[in-house]
Design a protein around this ligand. Structure first.
Ligand code: NAD
Length: 477
């Protein structure tokens, strides 16, 4: 790699936290310290600035793309649009992507991008200019491409931004057959994949469902098994938070609290997620929702009675300052880095468990992987075999009915005959990935009493897999 490395002097809190967790987990592996150091470091840090025209003035935008590890290609990770974004944060998020991909067996290295803006302060036209210029800067330095580095949505970005990136990349690379695989999280009409938008939240809900299905663990927490009736508080009503809440209530959980930056609402009898979402859309705030108790200080919402807390907004939300007040027994990290290491230690000491971010929110990258596969194969999942399967199933049903003399009901026939759609295949792959990975992490956790948390267990598994990649790929002599 010939990428330039520029590391600015600044607060190294978040990346430092990730490295602290890594170092703790590394003692449960037997790898060479140099190899561990290579796995932990950020390989390529590209920091750049570019101007955009805003009205009659120019404004200079700060931006980053950081590739944490190229032990697998391409590297992969979202682009964060936030005025809070900084180099330390992007490094931490890129590192988490490396471990996340290893945990769910997605064959990518980790990366992350950041654009230091508050999207709310820009017109759509300006956001398009910023996104396209950001993409051109990545192209110039070889920091984007279907086999190099593949961005995705993150906090503050979505399908619209991904389609601008895809279009810019394709325009600058005429004739490149796989150009659409340069970014994931695109709209379905523009080479995206069914189920990507809701994938992270669906994954969070499956992770929780799996966690509460283990009787031994629930007994220790003083909870019954099963999601049905469990009280849930969700922080963040964006992509991850909204979909987590939606699927958790579909699975039988009761959403008792919702927290946004303007405040929080709570109702012990349950909140209807769609109705709160609509209320916020119309009024601009979750506050004022009929029948709910409300808190102007959003963080107070996290401290209300519940069984499960899903922070799905930003990092550093659960700290030493508020962890003692958290009443949940299970924290499932929809966001990246919402719990500080100090708060995590206290939470476990108080008898809770944390389903760690790098597993819990891996549903997004899992389905992004499916989207990338779809882009490289240039055919939608299920397109070639769906009708064939339906015809075969129909023949079988007709034959069995003929032999047995029993007629199935129209509903039974339809259920048996049906071939899988793209969405069903994607959801099936996502569910399988989340369930398998949960038990892999849990087995590691239970295999050694010194492995204190699920996060440590997840790190141990990730480090072992990445170490194998470095050794077998010959990157490490
Ligand atoms: P988003 O922009 O769609 O939503 C974030 C939500 O959090 C917004 O509604 C915002 O108003 C709210 N919020 C901001 N500050 C808050 C505060 N202080 N208190 C309460 N709410 C606040 O972003 P997203 O894509 O849902 O991402 C959220 C988190 O999930 C981030 O940490 C991101 O890195 C992580 N994540 C996202 C994906 C994905 O597929 N989008 C995948 C993995 C991880």
């Amino acid at each position: 790699m010939s990428h330039s490395i520029i590391i600015a002097e600044q607060d190294t809190h978040f990346f430092g936290d990730v490295c602290k967790n890594f170092d703790f987990a590394a003692q449960f592996t037997d790898h060479d310290p140099g190899l561990l150091d290579q796995i932990k470091s950020c390989n390529s840090v590209y920091r750049f600035r570019f101007p955009i025209r805003k009205g009659n003035h120019f404004e200079v935008i700060d931006a980053w793309r950081i590739e944490h590890s190229q032990h697998q290609s391409p590297t992969k990770g979202g682009i964060r649009y936030s005025e809070m974004v900084n180099e330390d944060e992007v490094m931490a998020l890129a590192a988490l992507m490396t471990y996340k991909c290893a945990i769910v067996n997605v064959p990518f290295g980790g990366a992350k991008g950041g654009i230091k803006i508050n999207p709310k302060n820009y017109t759509v036209q300006e956001l398009e200019n910023i996104t396209r210029r950001y993409t051109v800067e990545l192209i110039k330095k070889n920091f984007i491409g279907p086999s190099i580095d593949v961005p995705a949505p993150d906090y503050g970005s979505g399908e619209r931004e991904m389609s601008w990136i895809a279009d810019t990349y394709a325009t600058m690379n005429p004739g490149q057959l796989d150009a659409m695989g340069c970014v994931t999280g695109k709209p379905i009409a523009l080479h995206g994949i069914a189920g990507r938008r809701e994938a992270t939240g669906r994954g969070v809900a499956i992770a929780i469902r799996e966690c509460v299905s283990v009787a031994e663990d629930m007994q220790k927490l003083g909870l019954t098994t099963g999601i049905s009736g469990k009280r849930v508080i969700v922080q963040g009503l964006g992509n991850v938070g909204y979909h987590s809440a939606k699927f958790l209530s579909e699975f039988g959980g009761i959403i008792v609290g919702l927290c946004e930056y303007e405040g929080a609402i709570y109702n012990a009898d349950g909140l209807d997620i769609e109705s709160v979402f609509l209320h916020r859309k119309l009024s601009g705030s979750i506050l004022g929702y009929p029948g709910a108790k409300e808190f102007r200080n959003s963080l107070e919402g996290l401290e209300q009675p519940c069984d499960i807390l899903v922070p799905a907004a930003l990092e550093n939300q659960i700290t030493e300052a508020n962890v003692h007040n958290i009443q949940a027994k299970i924290i499932c990290e929809g966001a990246n880095g919402p719990t500080t290491p100090e708060a995590e230690a206290i939470f476990y000491k108080n008898g809770g468990i944390i389903i760690p971010d790098m597993y819990a929110n891996a549903g997004g990258v899992t389905v992004s992987y499916f989207e990338w596969l779809k882009n490289l194969s240039h055919v939608a999942f299920g397109r070639m075999n769906r009708r064939f399967e339906e015809n075969s199933n129909l023949n079988l049903v007709n034959m069995v009915e003929g032999i047995t003399g029993t007629a199935l009901t129209p509903m039974q026939r339809a259920t048996i005959i049906k071939g899988a759609s793209e969405l069903e295949l994607v959801n099936s792959g996502l569910e399988d990935t989340m369930i398998r990975s949960y038990h892999e992490i849990r087995e590691t956790w239970k295999s050694n009493p010194k492995i204190d948390t699920m996060r440590t267990a997840a790190f141990v598994g990730a480090i072992n897999k990445i170490a194998v990649s470095y050794q077998t790929l010959g990157v490490w002599p």
